[in-house]
Design a protein around this ligand. Structure first.
Ligand code: SAM
Ligand code: SF4
Ligand code: F3S
Length: 562
């Protein structure tokens, strides 16, 4: 059943005039297309200065870019820090309890900020806002004024009462575009998954397309861009909160994605990462289209996924790869995608990865456990044998491809022997990178009903053991790059005194890099997704450079410009 939100009144948050007596922030609004509209701009004092606090995965970061864009288009300015804001939007993650606790633990501080600044309003969105949990949200997050589910985020500006009167004409938040949003009538809709009421992302494809067309996505990088292709998740991994936070899968129309990719190429983006909880199932929910007549059913194991005439990820990456410059090179140099579910990793996709020059030689393929019985309890829908067959196939088609994965240790009932099977898997696969975490029961998920019977001390020990093993494997994998020359997309200047683990404790790295006169410490990624440090001119940021690798650590490479 789908509840149509058009029928319900949207609660609008009352935002008092927050700027009185405060210094104005630098103007960051999009310029008006027609200067004659200047006199109709809202008084800056009437608009809040916002701060977006984003936790969680790339999907959340992408969503935040869209929300920031909407607020800027409505005329708001961005505050440089939380304490300087009149409006704080917290984009939460709920994947593990610790992620939710990060925000719950800040409620007292936020409450004190509100006491000092009665004009401050706090909006909480992201995966912690689940329909089923609505009644408990205000108790858990007492400092928060308004809660929006992830699929309700496009309503932010409207609910704040900022849209209709104040947004620049023609922007996403304008009365016109919100009118059409209203006609779609799907933002805020819910459906049921099992017996749970969940938000459904029916409106997001449309609101994304409007934001892209209006140029209002406030992208955080001018070099690499996120590009969401499918919202929600149809899998039923028993430990996972995501299907309850983000609802069932909704693919964006093929041409909308292609248009967005084209606009990114025109804007000079070097790298695009396609996003979805399971990008490999892209397209199965779209209408059949004669252009994709040749696309057939494509699931290697388990239940057939009938695509018959619908686009899939393979078609999509071929089409994006097919965007070319006048000299025939891919208009977007690097194409990546996350996350791939092993069950849906099709031969068609593997072939497309091998044949498209822009697709990077890296695949993130979460395995979660090395033991079939644990995988079954996790509801992962593949066995280790299936997983290894897919891995062998991709390694054969894309020689030298870097593989990363996710692992959960201490899942319900995981024995020492089952944990050892995961270590054995790491030893035999030799992943380039492993993102591991201890199992954290999430309320409402099927696994929450299973006994969480691995003691916390054992979870910690297993996690440390696994990370130590992977550190030595990662080092060995990275050492294989020594002496090679790799293409690096430089994305940042590492600040002096960086204490970021990834950036190898700044000063030591800088000394060993031999940063010379007129040079800075640069960082970027190779096509195999290796973090690479190199000394060079600051102008190299945003450029593809060639680096000769001279040193390897478990997490990064270091070299000199070739
Ligand atoms: N869709 C992706 C997939 O199929 O693996 C990843 C989604 S999730 C955002 C990222 C990772 O979080 C998962 O791969 C899993 O390892 C981890 N994760 C999810 N739920 C968890 C839980 N309850 N406890 C610990 N880790 C969890
Ligand atoms: Fe969660 Fe599984 Fe969906 Fe990934 S595929 S988001 S782990 S339910
Ligand atoms: Fe977290 Fe939601 Fe992403 S739970 S990992 S922000 S999809």
């Amino acid at each position: 059943m789908i509840d149509r939100p058009g029928a319900r009144g949207l609660p609008v948050l009352d935002l008092p005039n927050p700027r009185v007596g405060k210094a104005a922030a630098p103007a960051t609004r999009p310029p008006l297309v027609d200067g004659r509209l200047e006199e109709y701009l809202p008084e800056p004092q009437a608009l809040p200065r916002f701060f977006l606090w984003t936790l969680g995965c790339q999907m959340n970061r992408s969503d935040s870019e869209e929300m920031a864009g909407r607020l800027l288009a409505a005329g708001c300015d961005e505050a440089s820090e939380l304490e300087a804001a009149d409006l704080v939007v917290i984009n939460t993650c709920a994947i593990r309890e610790a992620a939710e606790q990060k925000v719950i633990g800040r409620q007292g501080y936020l409450g004190r900020l509100k006491a000092a600044n009665p004009g401050l309003r706090i909006v909480l969105t992201g995966c912690a806002v689940r329909e089923e949990e609505r009644s408990g949200l205000a108790r858990r997050y007492p400092a928060v004024d308004m809660f929006l589910r992830p699929d309700e985020e496009p309503e932010l500006v409207d609910r704040l009462g900022l849209a209709s009167a104040q947004a620049p004409i023609g922007s996403v938040g304008s009365p016109d575009s919100l009118g059409s949003l209203g006609r779609v009538g799907a933002v805020g809709a819910t459906t049921t998954v099992g017996r749970h009421r969940v938000g459904v992302a029916d409106g997001l494809a449309h609101t994304r397309a409007t934001a892209v067309a209006g140029g209002t996505v406030a992208r955080s990088s001018a070099i690499s861009a996120w590009l969401p292709i499918v919202y929600g998740c149809d899998k039923t991994c028993t430990y996972c909160i995501v299907p309850f936070s983000r609802g069932p899968e909704r693919s964006r129309p093929f041409d909308d994605i292609l248009d967005e990719a084209r606009s990114l190429a025109v804007a000079g983006y070097r790298e695009v990462t396609l996003l979805g909880q399971n990008v490999n199932s892209y397209g199965h929910d779209l209408a059949p289209d004669a252009r994709f007549r040749h696309v057939d059913s494509e699931r290697w194991a388990g239940r057939r996924l009938d695509l018959h005439g619908r686009p899939d990820l393979a078609e999509l990456i071929r089409a994006i790869d097919g965007l070319r410059t006048a000299d025939g090179l891919p208009a977007i140099s690097r194409l990546r995608f996350v996350t791939s579910h092993p069950w849906d990793l099709s031969d068609r996709l593997i072939a497309a990865m091998a044949e498209c020059p822009s697709v990077c030689e890296h695949l993130h393929l979460p395995v979660q456990s090395g033991d079939d019985a644990v995988l079954r309890r996790m509801g992962r829908q593949y066995t280790i044998e299936h997983y290894l067959e897919r891995l062998a196939s991709i390694r054969e088609s894309v020689p030298g491809i870097a593989i990363s994965t996710d692992v959960i240790v201490g899942f319900c009932g995981e024995t020492e022997a089952q944990f050892e099977a995961t270590l054995d898997l790491l030893r035999s696969v030799r992943y380039d990178q492993v993102f591991a975490a201890a199992f954290s029961p999430r309320p409402g998920t099927p696994a929450a009903k299973l006994p969480d019977d691995v003691p916390p001390a054992d979870k910690r020990r297993r996690l440390n053991q696994l990370l130590a093993l992977q550190e030595s494997i990662g080092l060995e994998r990275n050492r294989a790059w020594q002496g090679e020359t790799v293409e690096v997309l430089v994305d940042s200047v590492v600040p002096q005194r960086s204490h970021d683990h990834d950036h190898e404790a700044g000063d030591a790295a800088r000394a060993s890099l031999g940063v010379g006169e007129g040079q800075v410490h640069l960082a970027g990624r190779s096509r195999h997704n290796k973090l690479v440090h190199v000394a060079g001119a600051a102008q190299f940021v945003g450029q593809l450079v060639r680096v000769r690798v001279e040193h390897a650590s478990p997490y990064a490479l270091r070299g000199t410009l070739a």
